[in-house]
Design a protein around this ligand. Structure first.
Ligand code: DAH
Length: 357
């Protein structure tokens, strides 16, 4: 009688099962895996020994080994799930706020109440800065037609610049005609249209609000974020007026230690256009992960209104000129409070939120 090349497969498998059950953490499991199913396992050694067998015996032994391996992999996957579950519960337990011991008489009165979120209070502060400079505050819809979000801003259908904004479309009407606004710039168009209709030019307004982009969130981006748009339409407005407003705003909001710079850029609705950047407050300009090691953080864009935009809303570009800007409110909060990762703004962790009451 020949001994099976698989030796005592049952015993080996039972031992592997016991090993798997004894694994106490995901780390331990990861460490043990090569010895259970990987290259250094009994299963692999047995697999190698099959080569020496006659074809028929090899087929039988191979099938047995395959079934055994599947069984072991299954135990391993289940153990992994159990361990992950335990790790999650331990984390939850560690984060739990124990309110069990709070006796009513020990609650201080007045009990603490909620407060505006950091984004909301930042929006307020930004509005205040601009109101102090003579701007009014307006708002506009979050769901826009293609015309407001793109076309009136000098981006006809298929214009390549549309690719600058990864857009969420709303299933309404013809495909791709209704969007979640990708920026606050369409509110400029609403404002100019209504000023033309009601003969209320000039305009000096800021328009804060929520915007949406199909972006993967990271340290500097959120898929739902906030911008504040600025629009001035008046007589004799030039780029110098724009630069003055941006600089005045930067100093008023961030303080004298933070500088701003304008860099030439392209936006279809302004000409010339610029990007507006401020010193990274996380590293004070030295370069860090948050600013991609540039020392600068881009807040938004700006420029002199393109005549095509004025004519789209029926404003006479020979009489009126203007500028516009738009930048991230969340980014401002991030820079003002040195928040390395912007995702903290939406994670609703009270330990973070409480710091800004
Ligand atoms: N809407 C642009 C964006 O979100 C930013 C912007 C650029 C706004 C230039 C403007 C402007 O008003 O003039 O990327």
């Amino acid at each position: 009688m020949t001994t099976s090349p698989l030796g005592n497969l049952h015993k080996e498998i039972a031992q592997l099962q016991a090993t798997i059950e004894s694994l106490g953490s995901i780390d331990a499991l990861v460490e043990a895996e090569p010895f259970i199913t990987g290259k250094r396992s009994v299963l692999s050694t047995m697999q190698k020994s099959l080569g020496a067998l006659e074809p028929e015996a090899r087929r039988d032994a191979g099938a047995q080994l395959q079934a055994a391996r599947r069984q072991v992999e299954d135990w391993l996957a289940r153990r992994r799930e159990v361990l992950a579950g335990l790790a999650r519960s331990a984390q939850l337990e560690a984060d739990r706020l124990d309110l069990g011991d709070v006796v009513v008489s020990s609650v201080r009165w007045p009990a603490s109440t909620g407060h505006a979120s950091l984004v909301a209070s930042t929006q307020r502060e930004l509005e205040d800065v601009f109101v102090a400079m003579g701007f009014t505050v307006a708002d506009g819809p979050e769901v826009e037609s293609d015309w407001y979000n793109f076309e009136a801003l000098n981006m006809p259908p298929a214009h390549p610049a549309r690719g600058m904004w990864d857009t969420f479309y709303v299933e309404l009407g013809e495909p791709e005609t209704v969007v979640l606004r990708t920026h606050t710039s369409p509110t400029q168009i609403h404002l100019m249209e209504s000023a033309v209709k009601n003969s209320t030019l000039p305009i000096h307004s800021v328009m804060p609000g929520r915007c949406f982009r199909r972006d993967t969130p990271d340290a500097r981006h959120l898929a739902t974020f906030h911008q504040i748009e600025g629009l001035v339409v008046d007589r004799g407005i030039t780029f110098a007026d724009l630069a003055g407003v941006i600089e005045t705003f930067t100093r008023a909001y961030f303080g004298p230690d933070i500088s701003s710079r304008l860099r030439p850029a392209y936006f279809p609705f302004t000409e010339p256009s610029a990007e507006f950047e401020v010193t990274c407050t996380i590293c004070h300009g030295e370069g860090c992960r948050t600013c991609s090691h540039t020392g600068w953080i881009e807040l938004g864009g700006c420029g002199v209104l393109d005549p095509a935009v004025l004519s789209a809303v029926g404003i006479d570009g020979d009489v009126w000129s203007g500028f516009a800007f738009g930048f991230g409110i969340d980014r401002c909060a991030q820079m003002r409070h040195q928040i390395a990762d912007m995702r903290a703004l939406v994670e609703n962790d009270v330990r973070f939120l409480e710091q800004f009451s």
